[in-house]
Ligand binder design. Structure first.
Ligand SMILES: [Zn+2]
Length: 301
């Protein structure tokens, strides 16, 4: 079951939506995942004219659950955790070489395993019982199964908090970031990785849809659950973090294929080749499809 609700921008609070396209038509590429009688969610994709935040308006509120099967999750992609997360840790360690690190939405705990082997004191938080169980039994990493609210971490407990492809699923990003600020040490760091809505790949996909006469926006994917609630870019990430008491240390735009991560998103051989070329080109001109940000908690004194 789902309901729809019109909202203001959840990053800057303004109501200045610019229509980008439709999300969720049955004929949309990828919509076949929904075959079998599942309800299909059609809504508008808009971009806030003030801060660049991309959101669905109306927003879809659903009781469907998120990722829950460790075997199924990322089964369609080849991942090398050491390479994927080594880059992230190299970046974090330039600012903070060790200490207590919390991975929110840690899934199978692979990031934490790499971090643990590099000497970090690791903590995980994961809403899915199956993932949490998997991380505990496979890697011996202690994962709190539940939400940030019910974990009840003490104030200023962590040196680093990590959000790997998590923020785009969070319904109320401002209160979420505020909560993270509370549990971060003074001058602690927040690392965020999200899909970049300004990536050339998504622009090319939008142009391709338009060419075919379709009013589709590819900016908030996937079409199957867990639907991304929002899309971020440099402007909206800055608005969000600076508005909640963080200083931005660094923002990096990357190409996802450089992370040792590839997802087979289907299509014909020609379409795949096309995507590959655009993806490589995008990475080389700073228009990659992944945004990474490191921010430092500002303190009052
Ligand atoms: Zn806004």
């Amino acid at each position: 079951m789902y309901t729809a609700e019109y909202i203001n921008c959840r990053v800057c609070g303004e109501d200045k939506p610019k229509f980008l396209g439709i999300r969720g038509n049955r004929e949309y590429a990828g919509a076949k995942d929904q075959a079998g009688g599942e309800e299909h969610m059609v809504t508008n994709v808009v971009k806030c004219a003030n801060c660049g935040f991309v959101y669905a308006n109306p927003i879809i509120i659903t009781d469907q659950k998120g990722y829950d099967d460790p075997q199924d999750y990322m089964s369609s992609s080849s991942t090398d955790p050491k390479r994927l997360f080594g880059f992230t840790l190299n970046l974090i360690e330039k600012y903070k070489p060790n200490g207590k690190i919390l991975d929110i939405g840690c899934a199978k705990g692979e990031f934490l395993l790499v971090a643990k082997n590099r000497g970090w004191d690791v903590f995980g938080l994961e809403p899915s019982p199956n993932f949490a169980k998997y991380a505990n039994s496979q890697y011996g990493i202690n994962i709190h199964q539940g939400t940030l609210e019910d974990a009840e971490y003490p104030d200023r407990f962590f040196d680093v908090v990590v959000l790997n492809m998590v923020l785009e699923h969070i319904d109320d990003p401002k209160s979420f970031i505020r909560h993270i600020r509370r549990i971060l040490n003074d001058n602690g760091f927040l690392f965020i990785e999200v899909p970049n809505t300004e990536g050339l790949m998504l622009k090319a996909a939008a142009a391709y849809f338009k060419l075919r006469g379709k009013d589709w926006s590819p900016l908030i994917s996937p079409l199957h659950y867990p639907f991304h609630s929002y899309g971020y870019n440099i402007s909206s990430i800055r608005h969000l973090l600076m508005g909640e008491g963080f200083d931005i240390e660094k923002i990096i735009i990357r190409n996802s294929s450089l992370r040792g991560f590839r997802r087979d998103s289907g299509g014909t051989t020609k379409e795949k080749l096309c995507r590959d070329i655009i993806s490589r080109l995008a990475g080389s001109i700073g228009k990659g499809d992944v945004l990474m940000a490191i921010a430092r908690k500002k303190t009052n004194d």
